[in-house]
Design a binder for this molecule. Structure first.
Ligand code: B12
Length: 442
């Protein structure tokens, strides 16, 4: 059995969340002859909706609010004046689902944000209670970035890193079976499709056109999670999309890539051209941010024409020195040109979301204010992203020395809601900055 646990946090929004890594793992296990079932605690399907609980409705493209219940705050977060919640299936519904399953030999559980670990730990407790004989294997982003911490999760085995890299070990040493099929990340075109037939809802489906990122930004964990950058060929990605369109009628596709537009001649432009040639009436979303430096008039036009409805970009700051020091992925001139081209292509101010990092070590309130003004002046929507310090990144050491919290010992303090590395002035200004960022000055 495979399980995507709950999110425990002060806030969470379903911006097309799906446990893509778990669906890949499901396919690899099946290709090796194992019988697999999957429970996604963040999936609100119609069978759940029939229960007494009223689930929030999803929005036009499948995104929306999670069902949530207030829960007790972990001790170290007691001072935070916000409600702490469990997002996803109510406990009773998870238990109902577990009752329908025969005790599995193995349970594989995934994890995402480092500071969401209490949801992982609690899910493991529930599973241990239900299926005391099953061996529980934990993997995913939290398990990779906080490997030592995750040893205390209650799982029997923790496996860090991409499952493609550990699959031989899993198959031979954990499942104790000979390998019939071995996934290879370095040949991404040969990877099988994730097993979305196990999902109850396929109104949106996440897509990975590549793994990793060629940039090395100081605040980002991409290079730790995927040390090399691999890209699939455009036809193969489109074939996958067409497969879901035909099989499930899926119309919303969400790119989880860290560098979708990188080398646009090599991937994005031929991909978008084929979308148009195949006359596919589908929507694309890129909530994870695109590279501004890759926007030229061709890319802007093709984004619009191919149906990219939700486009988000990572500017992070308009401060030239910080842009350079953090990795040099964009300069202000590129931003100005990119916005002009996106508008010419047909996008409106409301369509173009630009992420701004806030609460970086030693970042002043003025820098954030100036960045918001710069974004709005260029007719885009400013979206504040509170900085979450991530272990093993280039910025980590600086984050540790600029935080009053013991970030290394307790991943809960890495929560972006705490603004753990920000000055008091920044914390006090956050609400005002958020208000300014939502205004659309003419
Ligand atoms: C796509 C994405 C999102 C999406 C949703 C993702 C989802 N899964 O639903 C969106 C856009 C919503 C999002 C939002 C945010 N994100 Co985000 N996101 C990502 C991203 C780019 C990819 C994650 C992904 O799905 N990858 C694809 C799948 C295939 O990979 P995977 O799940 O890791 O699985 C692989 C391995 O982990 C492993 N594996 C997985 N499960 C298991 C299980 C077992 C048993 C085993 C053995 C192995 C294994 O094998 C898999 C295949 O190789 C990562 C960065 C990255 N490159 O990973 C950041 C990342 C996870 N996000 C991050 C952050 C900070 C955020 C935000 C807080 C940003 C902000 N400040 O607003 C928000 C908050 C989210 C919320 N809703 O509240 C950080 C994490 C920080 C942390 N402390 O943990 C990351 C690492 C990016 C970064 N900055 O470096 N995100």
């Amino acid at each position: 059995m495979l399980l995507n646990p709950w999110i425990y946090d002060f806030s969470a929004y379903n911006l097309w969340i799906k446990p893509l890594g778990l669906y890949y793992l499901a396919t690899y296990l099946r290709k090796n002859g194992h019988k697999v079932s999957l429970i996604d605690c963040l999936e609100m399907d119609s069978s759940n909706a029939n229960s007494a609980k009223a689930f929030p409705k999803t929005k036009m493209f499948g995104e929306g609010k999670f069902y949530a219940e207030e829960i007790a705050k972990p001790k170290c977060l007691e001072g935070v004046p916000k409600k702490y919640k469990r997002y996803g299936l109510p406990l009773c519904l998870l238990e109902k689902k577990l009752q329908c399953i025969e005790e599995p030999d193995f349970i594989f559980i995934t994890s995402m944000m480092t500071y969401w670990y209490p949801g992982v730990w609690d899910a493991i407790k529930v599973l241990k209670n239900f299926f005391p004989q099953s061996t529980i294997v934990l993997g995913g982003i939290y398990a990779t970035l906080c490997y030592e911490h995750s040893q205390n999760s209650g799982a029997d085995i923790v496996v860090a890193g991409a499952v493609e890299d550990s699959f031989r070990y899993i198959q031979e040493n954990i499942l104790e079976c000979p390998v019939k099929y071995l996934p290879n990340k370095e040949e991404p075109d040969n990877l099988p499709y994730p097993a979305f037939e196990l999902a109850s809802r396929t109104d949106y489906v996440p897509i990975l056109a590549g793994r990793g990122c060629p940039f090395r930004c100081s605040y980002c964990a991409s290079q730790i999670l995927n040390s090399q950058f691999f890209r699939r060929t455009p036809t193969k990605v489109l074939d996958e999309i067409e497969f879901y369109l035909e099989k499930f009628g899926t119309r919303n596709f969400v790119f989880y890539d860290d560098a979708l537009l990188y080398d646009s001649k090599g991937f994005f432009l031929p991909f978008a051209k084929m979308v148009l040639q195949r006359k596919m009436a589908i929507n694309f979303h890129s909530p994870n941010g695109l590279h501004l430096s890759e926007i030229n008039s061709d890319v802007a036009e093709m984004l619009f024409a191919a149906g990219f409805k939700t486009i988000r970009f990572g500017l992070e700051t308009s401060n030239p020195q910080r842009q350079k020091e953090s990795g040099g992925k964009v300069v202000n001139e590129q931003f100005v040109t990119a916005m002009k081209m996106l508008h010419e292509a047909g996008y409106t101010q409301e369509d173009i979301g630009v992420y701004i990092l806030c609460g970086l070590p030693e970042q002043g309130v003025k820098e954030v204010e100036e960045t918001i003004a710069f974004v709005q002046k260029n007719r885009a929507k400013a979206i504040l992203a509170e900085f979450s310090p991530i272990p093993h990144t280039r910025l980590w050491k600086e984050a540790l020395s600029h935080s009053e919290y013991d970030l290394a010992k307790e991943p809960l303090f890495q929560n972006n809601t705490l603004l753990p590395c920000a000055s008091t002035e920044m914390r006090e200004s956050l609400q005002r900055l958020k208000t300014i960022s939502r205004q659309t000055p003419e």
